[in-house]
Design a protein around this ligand. Structure first.
Ligand code: NAD
Length: 422
C-alpha cells in the first residue's frame, strides 16, 4: 500500500475542516497517531520451519476513551494502511458518540496459506507481541478482514495467560461462550441496513424493488446481501476475491452463502452466472452499489462509469477522494463508511460494557439499542448535511470533528492558557 492511502484519508478531513468548529491545535493532534508499534511474530510452521511475520498496532487517538479497532490478516497490511484504518476509527467512534478513540492492528500474511494450527500460533503470537500496548482501558482490538470470533477467542485466551487473570473486555467479537455478545457477527450489516432504511427513498429513488450489487461476500457483505434480499431488495450481483456472480432477476443469496461456506468461494455458483470481468459488478445499472471488500475499489479510473444511484460504503475507504469528486459531479450519493459500517464497533461497545459489568445482554437488547443509535446518528448526519448544504460524507466528518475538537479543548487550548483565566 502506498503513502497515498493516508494522504487520501486526510483529504476528507480537509473537505470538512472549513465548516467545522475545531481549533487548529486539535487538528494538529489529530494529524498524527499517538503511537505506532511494529512487531515481528515468529511462528513455527507445521513442516518444522520458522517464519517471521510483521505485525502492527496503532493507537491513533484516545481523547474520548480507549482506542478501539480491529485486527486484519492480509498480505497488503503495512504501517500506512494500519495508521489510516486507525485514523478512520477515531472518526467512526466519534460520529457514533461512543466513549472510544481509534486504533487498528494487523499482520502481513495470507491467512489462506496457513493451517488451522499455524493460524492459532500466529494469533497468539500477535497478542504476545502487542500485549503491553493493548488492554481494556487502553486499546481494545476486534475482528476485521480475515479474522473472526475464533481468532478473537484465541487472542483473549492468550492475553489471559500472559496476565494470569481473565480480562474479557480486552477484546471484542469473541465467541459467545467466552464473553461475546449476541448479534456481534451481524452487527456491521445490521447497522448498514438501519442506515439504508432510515435514508430510504433518498437512496433508491423510491424504486419498488431496488436493485443492489455487493462487492465482497464475507462477514459484512454476505450478511447484508441476505438482509436486503429479505427486505424486498433485488440483489442482482455479488462477488468475492475469486468470482463475481450476476442475475438481473435477483440472486438466491441463501444458496450462494451455503455454496461459499462449503467450497470457500463463489466460483461455479448455484445461482446466477459468473461475470467475465469481476470489476463489471461495479458498473452495473443498480440503485445501490455496496463495496464491502477492501479500500480503493472505486477510484479515478472507474468512477465515471458508475451507474448506481447511491454507493453505501460498507468497506472502510472503498471510494478514493478523487472518485468522490467525480461521483458528486455525476449526482451519485455516497453513504460514508464511518457511518454505514459503524454497527460493528457499536455492538463491540456493548460487548465491552457487558464484560466490564460481568453481565449478559440479550439479543433483543443488543438489536434494539443498535437500531436506536444507528437511526439517531444517521438523522444527525442527514440534518447537518441539509443545514450546511454539504454531501453526507462531509457532514459526517464535520460532526465527528466537532465532537473530537470539543473533547480535546475540554482540557484547555491556546486561548485558555493565553487568557490565564479558567
Ligand atoms: P471478510 O474477510 O469477512 O470479507 C471480505 C470479502 O471481500 C471476502 O469475501 C473476500 O473474498 C472479498 N474480496 C477481497 N478482495 C476482493 C475483490 N477484489 N473483489 C471482490 N471481493 C473481494 O471481511 P469483512 O469483515 O466482511 O470486512 C469487509 C470490509 O468491511 C473491510 O473493509 C472491513 O474493514 C470492513 N468492516 C468490517 C467490519 C466487521 O465487523 N466485519 C466492521 C466495519 C468495517
Amino acid at each position: 500500500m502506498s503513502d497515498s492511502l493516508l494522504a487520501d484519508a486526510g483529504r476528507r478531513l480537509d473537505a470538512a475542516r472549513p465548516e467545522a468548529r475545531i481549533s487548529e491545535e486539535a487538528l494538529a493532534r489529530l494529524s498524527q497517531p499517538r503511537s505506532s508499534l511494529k512487531v515481528s511474530i515468529p511462528v513455527r510452521m507445521d513442516n518444522g520451519t520458522l517464519k517471521v511475520f510483521p505485525g502492527y498496532r496503532v493507537r491513533h487517538n484516545s481523547t474520548r476513551g480507549p482506542a478501539k479497532g480491529g485486527i486484519r490478516f492480509h498480505p497488503r497490511v503495512d504501517m500506512d494502511e494500519t495508521i489510516t484504518l486507525a485514523y478512520w476509527m477515531t472518526f467512526k467512534t466519534a460520529i457514533m458518540d461512543l466513549p472510544f478513540g481509534g486504533g487498528k492492528g494487523g499482520v502481513t500474511v495470507d491467512p489462506k496459506t496457513l493451517s488451522m494450527a499455524e493460524l492459532e500460533r500466529l494469533s497468539r503470537g500477535y497478542v504476545a507481541a502487542v500485549a503491553d500496548a493493548i488492554g481494556p482501558d487502553t486499546d481494545i482490538p476486534a475482528p476485521d478482514v480475515a479474522t473472526n470470533e475464533l481468532v478473537m477467542g484465541w487472542m483473549a485466551d492468550e492475553y489471559a495467560k500472559i496476565h494470569r487473570r481473565s480480562v474479557p473486555a480486552v477484546i471484542t467479537g469473541k465467541p459467545l461462550a467466552l464473553g461475546g455478545i449476541p448479534g456481534r457477527s451481524s452487527a456491521t450489516s445490521d447497522g448498514a441496513l438501519h442506515v439504508i432504511r432510515e435514508l430510504g427513498a433518498t437512496l433508491t429513488g423510491g424504486a419498488e424493488e431496488p436493485r443492489v450489487a455487493i462487492q465482497g461476500f464475507g462477514n459484512a457483505g454476505a450478511q447484508l446481501a441476505q438482509s436486503l434480499a429479505d427486505d424486498n431488495y433485488r440483489v442482482v450481483a455479488v462477488s468475492d476475491s475469486s468470482a463475481a456472480v450476476h442475475d438481473p432477476e435477483g440472486l438466491d443469496i441463501t444458496a450462494l452463502r451455503k455454496h461459499k461456506s462449503e467450497t470457500g468461494s463463489l466460483a461455479d455458483p448455484p445461482s446466477g452466472s459468473e461475470l467475465d470481468d469481476p470489476e463489471e459488478l461495479l458498473i452495473l445499472e443498480v440503485e445501490l452499489l455496496v463495496p464491502a471488500a477492501l479500500e480503493g475499489a472505486i477510484h479515478e479510473g472507474n468512477a465515471d462509469r458508475i451507474q448506481a444511484r447511491t454507493i453505501v460504503e460498507v468497506a472502510n475507504g472503498p471510494v478514493t477522494s478523487a472518485a468522490d469528486e467525480i461521483l458528486d459531479e455525476a449526482g451519485v450519493k455516497v453513504v460514508p463508511d464511518i457511518l454505514a459500517n459503524a454497527g460493528g464497533v457499536t455492538v463491540s461497545w456493548y460487548e465491552w460494557v457487558q464484560n466490564r459489568q460481568g453481565d449478559r445482554w440479550t439479543e433483543a437488547t443488543v438489536r434494539s439499542r443498535l437500531r436506536e443509535r444507528m437511526v439517531n446518528q444517521t438523522q444527525q448526519v442527514r440534518a447537518l448535511s441539509r443545514e450546511r448544504e454539504v454531501p453526507l460524507r462531509t457532514a459526517a466528518w464535520i460532526l465527528a470533528l466537532e465532537r473530537l475538537g470539543e473533547a480535546m479543548d475540554a482540557t484547555g487550548n491556546e486561548r485558555t492558557f493565553r487568557s490565564g483565566s479558567s
